[in-house]
Design a protein around this ligand. Structure first.
Ligand code: ADP
Ligand code: MG
Length: 335
């Protein structure tokens, strides 16, 4: 049966160095996940409070299941244009660009398929081949029409921004904090970590990467980065001895089976890291490496189902395997 393990990544605040001031730490559940905001500075309390309100607002706008959300209304528009808020339109435009650049490995119209596997309701099932073929006819991000803030979805096409929403939320939180003069904060939104600035003592943030079997596999030192993991172990169900994960390969309509246990993307922006982590998990290691060589504005951590680990060369000096994974060989992927 379905099981969720969170948080995937845990921001480890190194003990021992007294912070200039105490952080404000706020835990909440939103967007179907457990979140922790840790903010430093004189206006930390205010920032955390406004941050929570922002997350609630994003959840209310972007949810696929809440009947008042913009996405729900678009999905039930019967082919008529619907107005979007400026913020949702910006997110959708960026998500569509990622769908195109990943050649549909990310596809924001995958929702009918995700639902038929039961990932939205928890009523898990393995759909018949014929049903999947029928549903896949409705999956095609190129049919989404976004003109300014006006969205038109052809009848039957439904959006799900679940693969990018938390990354977007991380970016929006960072902007909000910056506008309040905050220079040091770290937010964990389920498998997404957004590290703003450095720790208050000027040292990099240490972010832990979860091991697929539980516990932690690695630690990463970063400043001003989003660190986002997509893993087959995050949300899945088992039937007849087979495991089905919540990330769907849009080419097949079936859970991705690429040999990866997880892929972590380290990028400047949360929305890019989030969209890519989902897409590169679908692509598998070989295609993901090719995509990295072609684009190169982000770095990757691969944990294989075979227990192997690899990182792209930009992380060579800030990444260490950890715990049970400490003695395993680490492959460095070069350009
Ligand atoms: P999580 O939200 O669990 O951190 P992801 O960012 O990888 O993980 O997003 C997975 C979610 O995105 C799924 O729960 C589903 O709603 C949706 N999804 C699954 N496969 C795809 C895909 N290929 N393209 C776009 N969205 C997807
Ligand atoms: Mg994602």
């Amino acid at each position: 049966m379905g099981r969720r393990i969170w948080p995937l990544l845990l921001a480890l605040l190194l003990a021992g160095c007294a912070a200039p001031e105490e952080p404000c730490r706020r835990e909440l559940e939103a967007m179907d996940t457990y979140m922790v905001l840790t903010v430093y500075g004189p206006r930390a309390g205010e920032a955390a409070g406004q941050g929570e309100a922002l997350l609630r607002e994003l959840e209310a706008r972007l949810s696929v299941t809440e009947e008042d959300s913009e996405i729900y209304r678009a999905n039930h528009s019967g082919g008529e244009p619907v107005p979007l808020s400026e913020d949702t339109a910006r997110l959708l435009a960026q998500a569509l660009a990622l769908c195109e650049s990943t050649e549909g490995a990310l596809d924001v119209t995958i929702y009918p398929v995700v639902r038929s596997w039961g990932f939205t309701t928890g009523a898990f099932r393995v759909p018949e081949e014929a049903e999947l073929a029928r549903l896949l006819e409705r999956v095609d991000y190129t049919r989404v029409r976004l003109e300014g803030d006006s969205l038109t979805l052809p009848e039957g096409v439904e959006l799900d921004l679940g693969a990018v929403a938390k990354g977007w939320a991380g970016d929006r939180l960072t902007e909000l904090f910056r506008s309040l003069g905050i220079t040091s904060a770290i937010v964990e939104l389920g498998g997404n970590v957004q590290a703003m600035g450095t720790r208050p003592d000027g040292e990099p943030w240490r972010v832990a990467v979860q091991a697929p079997e539980g516990g932690y596999a690695a630690a990463l030192e970063v400043a001003d980065k989003a660190v986002v993991t997509s893993g087959g172990y995050q949300r899945y169900f088992q039937q007849d001895g087979k495991t089905y994960c919540h990330i769907i390969d849009p080419a097949a309509g079936r859970p991705a089976e690429s040999g990866l246990a997880s892929v972590t993307v380290v990028a400047d922006r949360g929305v890019r890291a989030d969209g890519l982590s989902t897409a590169l998990f679908v692509m598998g290691r070989e295609r993901a490496e090719a995509y990295w060589r072609e684009h190169g504005d982000f770095e990757l951590i691969f944990l294989g189902e075979d227990g192997g680990a690899a990182v792209t060369e930009g992380l060579e000096d800030c990444f260490t395997l950890y715990g049970e994974w400490e003695d395993r060989p680490l492959e460095i992927v070069r350009r």
